[in-house]
Write a protein that binds this ligand. Structure first.
Ligand SMILES: NC(=O)c1ccc[n+]([C@@H]2O[C@H](COP(=O)([O-])OP(=O)(O)OC[C@H]3O[C@@H](n4cnc5c(N)ncnc54)[C@H](OP(=O)(O)O)[C@@H]3O)[C@@H](O)[C@H]2O)c1
Length: 327
């Protein structure tokens, strides 16, 4: 597996990383454990989770998958949504007060079964807590040996600068893909300037860019796509035109749409490590094939222009979630 270094840090990981979150109700816990173990077996060295996934359950599953193998894999997790620290219920909104961060980190370490988190993110910026306090708390946790690297998720330029001034930020995790290109305006140049790596989540557009999601598909209520404007039947019909264009280019290059979507991100900048999700080993293997899809400058430009010129229908998240994005 090819590797990449996140910005100016010394954090080297596989060129592709895997997330454990998934969509809808998890029906096969041991299946997810198997997929994560298969990912490690095939050379992935960064697994992503978060306190709020589940909440808590997802970290436990990751803990099971990596049991006895932390020397082979780096673990990223996140604090910052307002999860009640006694019941594990997400009470809504965000919470990055220092005592909440500390409690969440203790819980994450316990559930993951590790004594140090390799990459600790703030999941969303908390407007009620100065970024200096958040970075300062993570700095203390790093000094105590509970974490190694600091990351932010969906943070805006000002938040990134303020955090980085207190504690170097190793990676920003934000949505970025062929149908979500907002980070290119301000964020990508800033990350380049400060030497921060980018971990694009939902690089396959929550599945849509693979061509396997179709407008007639019904999502469970627990699946965020059931209420994301981009996934209404009408929006999907319009957005499918982009996917068909990606499919055509892929067919010419002998690659699947998922591989094209990932290869385009890998080609975009050397400090980008796409973060895909899957609950199937066959899809894991397909996605890993993206590192071997070499795009010529002409191929890259064709894909880049196709997506740039396309007007996407619908917001990527419902309003209540978009409200916390700094992008
Ligand atoms: N920081 C944040 O706020 C944030 C937000 C969202 C996600 N994340 C992280 O990013 C990770 C990835 O996000 P994501 O799940 O939205 O990524 P994604 O890779 O864009 O989408 C995953 C979806 O695509 C499907 N899929 C994956 N590979 C496929 C393939 N080759 N062919 C057809 N379908 C395929 C998966 O289905 P199957 O599972 O059925 O294979 C799943 O429904 C998450 O696990 C989480 O760790 C972070």
């Amino acid at each position: 597996m090819k590797t990449r270094t996140l910005g100016h840090s010394n954090f080297e990981v596989s060129a592709l990383s895997i997330g454990a979150m998934g969509y809808g109700t998890l029906k096969d816990r041991s299946g997810l454990v198997d997929v994560l173990r298969a990912a490690i077996d095939r050379g992935i060295t960064l697994i992503d989770t978060a306190e709020v996934y589940g909440p808590w359950v997802n970290e436990e599953i990751v803990g099971e998958a990596i049991s006895g193998r932390h020397d082979e894999i780096k673990i990223a997790t996140k604090f910052g949504w307002n999860v009640d620290q006694t019941s594990g219920v997400h009470l809504g909104g965000v919470n990055s007060h220092p005592e909440q961060i500390r409690s969440a980190v203790e819980g994450s370490l316990r559930r993951l079964g590790i004594d140090c988190i390799d990459l600790l993110y703030q999941h969303r910026v908390d407007p009620d807590v100065p970024m200096e306090d958040v970075a300062g708390t993570v700095k203390d946790l790093i000094a105590e040996g509970k974490a190694i690297h600091f990351g932010l998720s969906e943070a805006g330029a000002d938040s990134i600068r303020r955090a980085h001034a207190v504690l170097p930020v190793t990676a920003l995790q934000s949505e970025y893909s062929l149908w979500t290109r907002e980070p290119e305006n301000e964020i990508l140049p800033l990350l380049e300037e400060l030497g921060i790596g980018l971990i694009p989540f939902s690089p396959l557009g929550k599945g849509f860019l693979t061509g396997k999601v179709t407008p007639s598909m019904q999502f469970e209520v627990t699946d965020i796509r059931s209420r994301a404007p981009r996934f209404t039947e009408q929006a999907q019909v319009q957005n499918m035109v982009l996917v068909n264009g990606i499919k055509d280019i892929g067919q010419r290059l002998g690659a699947t749409p998922a591989q094209i979507a990932l290869a385009w991100l890998l080609e975009k900048r050397p400090f980008i490590v796409p973060l895909f999700g899957t609950r199937a080993v066959s899809r894991l293997e397909e996605n890993l094939g993206a590192v071997d899809v070499l795009l010529s400058p002409e191929d890259f430009n064709e894909i880049d222009n196709l997506s740039q010129d396309f007007k996407i229908e619908g917001a990527r998240y419902p309003d209540d979630i978009m409200a916390f994005s700094g992008l």
